[in-house]
Ligand binder design. Structure first.
Ligand code: SF4
Length: 372
């Protein structure tokens, strides 16, 4: 994990006074304490550091002209040596319903002392206006460039994994999202498998909770559910809601739909979910992409209900969004309603999430690595 403690070694590349190079890839790579030290090296004071973090992280103000309480000299020094963000927004699309998808490109970095070279890459983030909390939005963030899970119905996983994101790159998506408008919720459901980028995600979420003010109940992390990792993580009571992408009640079919989980029985995943609930007191949501004619039969609904009966869990049904060049189809609304009622008749709480932002190609499963 990138260290956020006061005595943290300067693993993010904090200046040791040798040169006029950047102090870190961006402000977002530093903890609050590290930021104070960095600002002091630039001739500022601790309160400047607090003010800067408030502008950038709390308010999403990434332009130096928005930091009106900082001197022009300090602003210039910051832009040269500690910029607020490391990436560049290279694409943005807005759907009729107000959903905004944006692409952030991160440059490759050369190896430095103790820090290996990194490939560049672009990731997508989606800002979805909330119906529930009017005036706020839900932000969907990515954790990896590409995805190693390779679900056959998902555009993001087609080319496999390029690299995991760093903590500041995940946090930058939040900051850029905040710049569009206030955030009421966040879902870590974009490109990538969050538990495989966990140290970086934990670093980013710490700032999201403590400096952006999004509480644990407002952050949902969605994973394919590696049982061992969940068992290790649960006792630490991480500050987020857990969602596990199940997509089938049957071992064989799940192995096809979630290839990285081949060989991990569905029951083992569910038991890890039960353990999570016992340890954290928070119910798990099981995500189920409904693929017309594939995993949406009455038998699937009954077997899923059987798997989940006597468990504290809810199901989130996500009707599939068509992706160019694959063989799956979107189920009819009547079919979705039937699947839902078969679950509910058996005592399982099931909601349906019709993805929004289709026009912007921003709906779940449609994030593409354009321009990578
Ligand atoms: S659906 Fe999620 S886990 Fe599966 S390939 Fe796409 S991004 Fe990865």
């Amino acid at each position: 994990m990138e260290n956020r403690g006061d005595d943290a070694p300067d693993r993010a590349g904090l200046d040791t006074g040798r040169s006029a190079e950047r102090l870190a890839p961006s402000l977002l790579a530093l903890t609050p304490a590290q930021t104070e030290r960095a600002i002091e090296r630039l001739g500022g004071r601790a309160f400047h550091a607090r003010s800067l973090r408030r502008h950038v992280i709390q308010e999403g103000r990434i332009l130096p002209e928005q930091w009106t309480d900082l001197s022009a000299r300090l602003r210039q020094a910051l832009m040269e040596r500690l910029p607020p963000v490391a990436g560049e927004e290279t694409d943005r699309r807005t759907a009729r319903d107000g959903t905004v998808k944006f692409l952030t490109r991160f440059a490759p970095s050369a190896a430095a002392e103790g820090v290996p070279a990194r490939q560049g890459g672009a990731v997508e983030t989606v800002h979805i206006p909330s119906h529930r909390d009017v005036g706020t939005a839900t932000l969907c963030v990515s954790t990896q460039v590409g995805c190693p899970v390779r679900c056959p119905f998902c555009a993001s996983g087609r080319d496999g994994l390029v690299r995991g994101l760093q903590g500041h790159e995940i946090l930058e998506q939040y900051v850029r999202g905040r710049a569009i408008g206030p955030l009421g919720r966040s879902v870590v459901m974009g490109i990538g498998e969050p538990l495989l980028a966990y140290p970086a995600l934990a670093f980013a979420l710490e700032a999201v909770r403590s400096e952006m003010g999004l509480g644990a109940r407002r952050i949902t992390v969605s994973t394919v559910g590696f049982p061992d990792r969940l068992r290790q993580l649960a006792p630490t009571r991480p500050g987020f809601q857990l969602a596990i992408s199940l997509h089938s009640p049957d071992d064989e079919q799940r192995s096809e739909l979630v290839p990285l989980m081949r060989g991990v029985p569905v029951e083992e995943v569910l038991q890890a979910g039960d353990h999570w609930f016992r340890e954290t007191g928070r119910e798990v949501t099981y995500e189920y992409v409904l693929l017309g004619g594939t995993n949406d039969s009455d038998g699937h609904a009954r077997r899923l209900a059987e798997r989940l009966s006597r468990r504290r869990a809810t199901v989130n049904l996500i009707p599939y969004n068509p992706v160019e060049g694959d063989n799956y189809r979107r189920p009819a609304p009547e079919h979705v309603a039937r699947f839902q009622s078969l679950l509910e008749e058996r005592g399982i709480v099931a909601t349906v999430r019709w993805s929004r932002g289709l026009e912007a190609d921003a709906a779940c499963g449609q994030l593409r690595r354009r321009g990578n």
